[in-house]
Design a protein around this ligand. Structure first.
Ligand SMILES: NC(=O)c1ccc[n+]([C@@H]2O[C@H](COP(=O)([O-])OP(=O)(O)OC[C@H]3O[C@@H](n4cnc5c(N)ncnc54)[C@H](O)[C@@H]3O)[C@@H](O)[C@H]2O)c1
Length: 311
């Protein structure tokens, strides 16, 4: 199978590309290194890599027209500066539209996309959040621009799957609390945690499910979620345990801010029904693998796409 992977040097894209290459598929990957890093994607005889942007329409038309992929796995996204509306719309909205249009023009058989749980707003009205929860993306530039591409997919006529994600972590994770905890603990600095709960899922588990989607399973929107949330403090404790440090400052426990959701838990029932019983790697193992990565490659990023998180 020929698969075009956008964001191939990012956390999700590189894990998907690795699995595809390992089973003998041919991969074309693109990345502009906005948040991804070249060392995330090792050279392989069946891999072609292009440094460039999905917002570059002539480039995307040429790449897809020449390669003629069977499947397009679109992981590239812009989110690292909540005030950079220009980059977010260029990558997440224009880039997504370029890919969908080129996929249609070249009869790409499947399109796999990744949406943010922020499409339900910062304070969702349910826990777990069902797939039919009202969309309320007007809380961040990231969520607004990511939703554009999901909306275009629904009118595209393409055979597509969109995985709505909350907290995907593991090696090559550059956003959210995990890299921040590792960095601060490495420097002996105090961290703070809120009483919020989140569902941290291992990127390798998601990548396996993406391959099932690439192979034809499912259609439409799915939550990739274990169905169980943990306290942020539990993630912190897992980082401490994985780093094997005995002497560290106790974290400050802060109450939830006015715009913090107590829990972001996505209802995975449709995913389990269509993709079967998925296996989820335990949090301790997930964090151990992430810590090994940060030790080997250092921490880059620690990005947050929510302006609210910056205070
Ligand atoms: N990781 C999560 O918890 C999470 C949660 C919700 C949604 N998502 C979505 O999942 C997808 C993958 O996320 P990730 O964790 O791998 O993020 P990531 O930052 O590790 O990967 C995104 C990749 O896209 C690349 N990129 C950015 N702009 C580009 C452009 N214009 N052209 C080409 N490449 C570009 C980046 O350099 C990076 O390598 C994204 O679409 C993201 O919106 C992730």
């Amino acid at each position: 199978m020929k698969v075009f992977v956008t964001g191939g040097c990012g956390q999700v894209g590189s894990h998907v590309a690795e699995l595809l290459l390992a089973r003998g598929d041919t991969v074309l990957a693109i990345d502009n290194f906005a948040t991804g890093r070249p060392e995330h994607l090792q050279a392989h005889p069946n891999l072609t890599f292009t440094e460039g942007s999905i917002a570059d329409k002539p480039l995307i038309d040429q790449l897809i027209g020449d390669f003629k992929p069977d499947v397009l796995v679109h992981t590239a996204a812009s989110y690292k500066d909540p005030d950079d509306w220009y980059s977010d719309t260029l990558t997440n909205a224009v880039g997504g539209a370029n890919l969908i249009r080129a996929a249609k023009d070249n009869n790409v058989g499947r399109f796999v996309y990744f949406q943010t749980a922020l499409c339900y707003g910062v304070k969702p009205m349910q826990s777990p959040i069902r797939l039919d929860h009202i969309k309320n993306q007007a809380n961040s530039s990231y969520a607004i621009s990511k939703t554009v591409t999901e909306d275009y997919l629904t009118i595209s006529g393409l055979d597509y799957v969109t995985f709505r994600l909350a907290n995907v972590v593991g090696p090559r994770n550059v956003s959210g609390p995990l890299p921040i905890f590792f960095q601060r603990l490495s420097e002996g600095k105090k961290c703070f945690v809120t009483t919020a709960r989140r569902d941290f899922v291992f990127v390798g588990d998601l990548a396996r499910t993406v391959l099932s989607a690439a192979d034809g399973k499912g259609h439409g929107a799915y939550h990739f979620s274990s169905g169980t949330d943990v306290a942020i403090k539990e993630l912190y404790d897992a980082v401490v345990a994985a780093m094997q440090i005995n002497d560290y400052p106790e974290p400050e426990i802060r109450p939830l801010g006015p715009d913090d959701a107590p829990s972001i838990l996505l209802d995975p029932s449709r995913t389990f029904a269509d993709f079967g019983a998925l296996e989820f790697t335990p949090l301790a193992e997930t964090v151990k693998r992430a810590v090994e990565y940060y030790r080997a490659f250092g921490v880059h990023g620690g990005y947050t796409h929510l302006k609210l998180d910056k205070k």
